[in-house]
Design a protein around this ligand. Structure first.
Ligand SMILES: NC(=O)C1=CN([C@@H]2O[C@H](COP(=O)(O)OP(=O)(O)OC[C@H]3O[C@@H](n4cnc5c(N)ncnc54)[C@H](O)[C@@H]3O)[C@@H](O)[C@H]2O)C=CC1
Ligand SMILES: CC(=O)C(=O)O
Ligand SMILES: [Mg+2]
Length: 627
């Protein structure tokens, strides 16, 4: 049946209902309006009324319910009589929120930030559409509140902040029950799950069940940046215990007070969860977030060829780093193809560091001819330093994931280095083009390390202090610009203000965070209908981000877009992911757009297809129907 005749059918049932319920307003006027309704404004059918609607953030519009809708949904008398526009609602809300900012002193991570999070969270609880409208319109200001750095503070304080539950909790105590309990979630369709086991939340370590905050924050960006419908996202916490002794002793801790499951017992819980969610929602995409490194790689290999899933810390971070590293090459006035000549020191060999190293090595190898020799030679561009210093082949009990990057001892001796050499020593001897931190150690790029970087052979040394949240950044932009020099390229994982270099010049602080990629990877995968997320799709996402920046921007030290452009870059990234899925013959299509139709689209049409499928925070017309 065409949309138009659908509308007629709806309209006549609407008319019957209006005749029964409406005491004011002209039903015919409403009927006429619904005749002109377009596809995008089709009414939303709801199966609840009255207070149940007002208490449901998915459907609630608060004071913006029109009088006819109040009658239709039995809301008359349950709201103050003045009907507000959504603009007026937001004006009132923002007035309240802005009052807090007056005394804010220390930037986004001070205590006012937590108060702002509370206010925003309360809005999310009562009116989801309005919440996302506020977030999207003010993304630059509130991304640091719903995401890093404040989300870290929220996770640390989650037991105290907990009011209404959001998302689902699967615990070790639910073994054998997950296949049925997954049906407790009210939505018949879920597109995106972000799941964590809370074992490594940002750089804050094991926060157990409190890690749910990061899944919620990431999904906020899925809605705000990628336009994933908020009714179809699900934050998940898998509580397999915690090894955080403080939480184990805290009587107010909300999670299981046992040590973490290990080995096969752990795997059995994650396996059961994956099977349950993909059984109920076969078209789902699952993003793994903030799993400690020992499980991050293992689970990625275990599931990536079977399920639509990816690990954001390993794969999303890698793509963002590659885009930034290519930007840094361009900023030196060199073509991207010169990337394989860069000397890169990486501090941190966990899930994020190793993910970046593998992806950077592959990118270099591709540029050098994409063969075994190129792959071997590319690895000599990296020096990896972890908690025990420079990693060489002499390292005892070396982590297998770090092994490919262990330096040859003889070769390193010629550079005046040895196993376990300090970061300062490595930087001094290597004179790298890039110093990249994913160590979770705040201040690791000390004055001495930054002084050593002054000896870099690059015309524009690049510093990536990517650890989160703010206090875990390896250095601040002020430290970097003042010690290494004004010509550097700087990026940090959490937002910092740009640095005033005097004489009207600005030291640009880029935010090098996987938020520029994961929403587009998820959206592109969803709309392509690919059943897996291939390396090629991830590479396409990274290249799209790299190419998004203009020559003028990179020359000025701007290697990532401003957060205010996150919805636009996400649309482009999603389109690039779809294009690659089509190229690799992985695309199976989405809804009416089957694989054959998808293959016919040109680049611009793919971008339009993405744009048309992004959810916008507009109130839909609600129509009640009994179950
Ligand atoms: N900006 C972004 O988009 C992202 C940032 N991250 C950040 O990266 C950090 C690390 O994450 P993971 O790799 O998963 O953690 P992890 O705990 O698995 O790895 C940390 C690594 O740092 C090393 N390390 C510790 N102390 C060190 C020191 N003094 N010198 C050199 N290395 C040292 C450890 O040995 C380990 O190899 C976290 O702070 C996280 O927030 C992670 C993903 C994305
Ligand atoms: C950004 C992110 O995913 C992290 O810090 O873990
Ligand atoms: Mg993460």
């Amino acid at each position: 049946m065409s949309n138009f005749s659908n509308q007629i059918r709806l309209s006549s049932s609407l008319l019957r209902r209006l005749k029964r319920k409406t005491t004011t307003g002209n039903p015919l006027l409403l009927l006429t309006r619904s005749f002109t309704t377009t596809e995008g404004h089709r009414p939303t059918i709801v199966h609840k009324r009255s207070l149940d609607i007002l208490h449901d953030p998915w459907f609630n519009k608060g004071t913006a319910f029109s009088m006819t809708e109040r009658d239709r949904l039995d809301l008359r008398g349950l709201l103050p009589p003045n009907v507000m526009s959504s603009e007026q609602q937001i004006e009132r809300f923002m007035h309240d929120l802005k009052r807090l900012q007056v005394q804010a002193r220390d930037g986004p991570s001070d205590t006012n930030a937590l108060a702002k999070w509370r206010i925003l969270n309360r809005l999310h609880d009562r009116n989801e559409t309005m919440y996302y409208k506020v977030l999207i319109a003010n993304i630059e200001e509130y991304a640091p509140i719903v995401y890093t750095p404040t989300v870290g503070l929220v996770c640390q304080n989650y037991s105290g902040l907990f009011r209404r539950p959001r998302g689902m909790y699967f615990s070790a105590a639910d073994r054998g029950e997950m296949m049925s309990m997954v049906y407790n979630w009210p939505a018949d369709q879920v597109d995106m799950i972000v799941v964590t086991d809370g074992s490594r939340i940002l750089g804050l370590g094991d926060l157990g069940v409190q890690g749910i905050g990061i899944a919620i924050g990431k999904l906020d960006l899925y809605v705000a940046a990628a336009g994933i419908n908020p009714h179809r996202v699900l934050p998940v916490m898998i509580d397999v215990g915690t090894n955080n002794e403080k939480l184990l002793k805290d009587p107010l801790y909300l999670g299981l007070q046992d040590h973490r499951l290990e080995g096969n017992e752990y795997l059995a819980v994650i396996d059961e969860f994956m099977e349950a969610v993909f059984t109920r929602w076969p078209n789902l995409i699952v993003q793994f977030e903030d799993f400690q490194s020992k499980w991050a790689f293992n689970l990625l290999q275990r599931y990536r060829n079977t399920y639509r899933m990816f690990n954001d810390d390993v794969q999303g971070t890698a793509g963002v780093a590659i885009a930034g590293l290519l930007g840094a090459v361009r900023a030196q006035g060199r073509p991207m193809i010169d990337f394989p000549k860069q000397k890169i020191v990486v501090a941190g060999a966990g899930s994020a560091g190793i993910g970046v190293l593998n992806a950077a090595r592959k990118t270099m190898a591709r540029m050098l001819g994409n063969n075994e020799v190129a792959f071997e030679s590319a690895k000599t561009q990296f020096w990896v330093v972890d908690a025990k210093g420079l990693i060489t082949e002499e390292r005892e009990n070396i982590d297998p994931d770090a092994l490919p990057f262990a330096r040859n001892v003889k070769e390193i001796a010629r550079q005046g280095l040895c196993e376990g050499a300090s970061l300062e020593e490595v930087v001094k001897q290597v004179k790298p083009d890039v110093l990249l931190g994913l160590s979770a150690v705040g201040g690791l790029f000390s004055k001495e390390v930054l002084e050593a970087l002054k000896g870099s052979t690059s015309t524009r040394p690049a510093i990536f202090a990517m650890s989160n949240p703010t206090t875990n950044a390896e250095c601040t932009p002020e430290e970097a610009f003042s010690i290494v020099g004004e010509n550097i390229i700087f990026a940090s994982g959490s937002p910092f203000n740009d640095v005033n270099l005097g004489n009207g010049r600005i030291g640009h602080c880029n935010q090098g965070n996987n938020m520029y990629l994961f929403p587009g990877i998820g959206l592109g995968t969803l709309l392509s209908g690919s059943r897996v997320i291939s390396d090629g799709m991830l590479q396409a996402a990274a290249e799209c981000l790299a190419e998004y920046m203009t020559e003028e921007e990179v020359v000025n030290g701007i290697i990532y877009p401003s957060i205010s452009r996150i919805r636009d870059i996400t649309k482009e990234v999603a389109a690039a992911v779809i294009k690659e899925a089509i190229k690799e013959d992985l695309a199976e299509g989405y809804r009416d757009m089957d694989a054959r139709e998808l293959r016919k689209l040109n680049k611009e049409e793919i971008v339009d297809f993405v744009k048309n499928n992004m959810w916008n925070p507009e109130y839909p017309t609600l129509v009640y129907r009994e179950d």
